[in-house]
Design a protein around this ligand. Structure first.
Ligand SMILES: [Zn+2]
Length: 205
């Protein structure tokens, strides 16, 4: 069966199943969204946010890119963040990395990346690696270094998020969660957490 035919067939099977389970399911979703969180994750096909959180359509507003970066120089990323924080007013933002991340591995290597766009995208990761070079080089083995950089990257992205004007000016500042997904066990681990910033007090007249 051709890929497109398989996609359409699988979609029809899923839609029929959801409607059979709950006849009002799509009607409710059609009315709008109020997701619990903005999820910033890696594009890796093995890290699907909804499945691994047991979540459903409508639960997560999602942005994915290579190595789950807070790409605050890109309109695509900023538009997702702006809408999530200033329109949907999500109470939580999750940055989720994963062990064995290919983007992080590329930044760990001394070999140049032969893909211009990937190379430009992971530039902040290379800078992060250079800042922590001593710690990383002290670890035993390439995969230990990659996995440590995965964790450092999640922390760095959460810190970067906290500094962004879009977050700092939110009427309802979100809590920021840093997670790492262990692809070999299917489990999420918490790496860091930042409480929501207190709302700015109005200055008395
Ligand atoms: Zn990845």
């Amino acid at each position: 069966m051709e890929f497109r035919d398989r996609l359409l067939l699988e979609n029809r099977a899923w839609a029929d199943e959801m409607s059979a389970r709950d006849p009002e399911y799509f009607t409710r979703l059609n009315h709008g969204q109020a997701p619990d969180a903005l999820w910033i994750g890696c594009s890796d096909s093995r890290v699907p946010p909804e499945q691994l959180c047991n979540a459903s359509p409508g639960d997560l507003f999602i942005h994915r890119n290579v190595a789950n970066l807070v790409a605050d120089g890109e309109a695509g990323f900023l538009s997702v963040l702006e809408y999530a924080v200033h329109v949907l007013a999500v109470p939580h933002i999750v940055v989720c990395g994963h062990y064995g991340c290919g983007g992080v591995a590329a930044a760990c290597s001394d070999e140049p990346v032969p893909l211009a766009h990937v190379d430009a995208h992971i530039e902040p990761l290379k800078a992060l690696r250079n800042r922590h070079r001593e710690t990383l080089d002290a670890l035993n083995g390439v995969s230990a270094r990659i996995n440590r950089l995965v964790e450092l990257n999640v922390r760095a992205q959460v810190e970067r998020l906290a500094e962004l004007t879009l977050i700092r000016t939110a009427a309802r500042p979100p809590a920021l969660h840093g997670l790492v997904y262990a692809t070999d066990r299917g489990l999420l681990e918490s790496v860091c957490y930042r409480e929501p910033e207190p709302l700015a007090q109005a200055v008395p007249a």
